[in-house]
Design a protein around this ligand. Structure first.
Ligand SMILES: Cc1cc2nc3c(=O)[nH]c(=O)nc-3n(C[C@H](O)[C@H](O)[C@H](O)COP(=O)(O)O)c2cc1C
Length: 236
């Protein structure tokens, strides 16, 4: 297994902590394929994730350019375009005044994403093999693997986005790809080499998110490191 960067024969020099704070959702990709050995490292890293009782219910259905993959990508492309169109109007992306705002930039990236969906080098459907009835916690045994996958991709210089828009065509996808009934499709992750660069994620100030000793009591020891980027969410 290789840990080479897509640029050459040296591993990307990104520490675990740097990777954590710079793994953004990447939605614009170059046309470069992901070589088998890199994809192997990415999926293998995903499969190292923890799960309840170490049952490892995660499965990874990788769609590249096989005949079924092409059909699946075209189904997914339609679903993603519908998903984004609905979100664009419901979440106010149609009424952005300032074209340089983060929201406007995100809208442009989203538009590119859905318009070029079929060209995305790798799409991974993440399945959860159920051994009992659906319950609110089952995602806890799947999403750590998804995040491992994204972090491993980041470590190798690739980018990705975890999405749910496969749900718009789930029955058709299941039939096309012969997904068994006891498998839930928990996520659809797109992967490729970013057109832009990686960079710090934007989140709420840490003080909004951490309490000490009781709910609502500020933790006076938490501090965002210099250079932390913030979202515009109001504190609550
Ligand atoms: C549970 C979950 C569902 C998501 N669903 C979608 C989706 O359907 N489409 C999409 O483009 N991004 C989706 N995302 C990506 C988020 O929009 C993204 O992680 C979030 O806006 C933060 O952006 P950042 O990771 O670039 O900082 C999802 C992320 C998570 C964790």
């Amino acid at each position: 297994m290789s840990s080479l960067s897509p640029d050459g024969d040296r591993p990307e020099d990104v520490s675990l902590l740097d990777g954590l704070s710079t793994t953004r959702a990447i939605r614009r990709y170059t046309a470069d394929p992901i070589p088998d050995d890199h994809l192997n490292t990415i999926i293998w890293s995903a499969s190292r994730a923890p799960s309840g009782s170490n049952r490892q219910p995660f499965r990874f259905l990788v769609l590249r350019d096989g005949p079924k993959a092409r059909l699946a990508k075209s189904l997914l492309g339609e679903a993603f375009r519908r998903g984004w169109n609905a979100k664009r109007s419901s979440d106010g992306y149609d009424q952005i005044g300032d074209s340089s705002s983060p929201k406007a930039r995100q809208a442009r990236a989203m538009q590119w994403y859905v318009d070029h969906f079929e060209e995305i080098p790798v799409v991974v459907l993440v399945g959860l093999v159920r051994y009992r009835d659906p319950n609110p916690y089952e995602g806890a045994s799947i999403y750590p693997a998804c995040q491992n996958l994204l972090l491993a991709a980041r470590a190798l210089g690739y980018g990705g986005a975890l999405t749910m828009w496969h749900q718009g065509v789930e029955p058709q996808l299941r039939e096309l790809l012969a997904v068994p009934e006891d498998v839930a499709l928990s996520a659809c992750i797109t992967l490729g080499r970013p057109q832009g660069s990686h960079g710090p994620v934007r989140r709420r100030p840490i003080g909004d998110l951490v309490f000490d000793d009781e709910w609502g009591r500020s933790a006076d020891w938490v501090v965002d490191p210099d250079g932390t980027r913030f979202t515009n969410w109001k504190s609550s």
